[in-house]
Ligand binder design. Sequence first.
Ligand code: IMP
Length: 189
Amino acid sequence: MTDVARVLWGREDIRRRVEELGRAVTGDYQGREPVLISVLKGGSVFLADLFREIRLPVSVEYMAISRYGNAAESLGRVRILMDVQTDLAGRDVVLVEDIVDTGLTLSYLLSSLLARTPASLEVCTLLDKSVRRIAPLEVRYVGFDCPDQFVIGYGLDFRERYRNLADILAVQDMQALEADPDLLLPFLS
Ligand code: IMP
């Protein structure tokens, strides 16, 4: 089991970093009331922790998207399955993501959000796989720079499993996990 995946960031590392990000957002948005937008499903765990570390009035919105194939195949084109329930015109918007990989999904989402004329639009991602970036993007808040490995936990899934892991794991043997997706269940205990 241990050579199939290893802990990259433990729950305590994550807690500390999320607290720092919350403090940064609090400082930057003094006197304003930002709207945090989370992209389901992966980003919801991070959002839930992050917004409790923001000492400002904030509101929360959710979007759900589906991709046409993987990000590179779809060139980032996504279908919005569920949209925010509020008018974003003139609002300070922070898009909260679990992970930015090629950046193609995010750049599509950003252009869709920009079209609604917010007062400002920034991105806060827990993980940034910056080495894999295709779409040039400015990401204002980054939790951790992520190695080019498949990661799971803290909202991130492998075939819908493992979003509930408190730690973030890097999968080292994808073949073994594909053959037996339950292999990492012991990490849940
Ligand atoms: P992008 O368009 O390539 O930036 O894809 C971003 C999306 O791909 C994320 O929101 C995740 O849903 C998914 N993703 C990318 N890398 C990983 C990973 O290592 N683990 C789990 N999901 C990932």
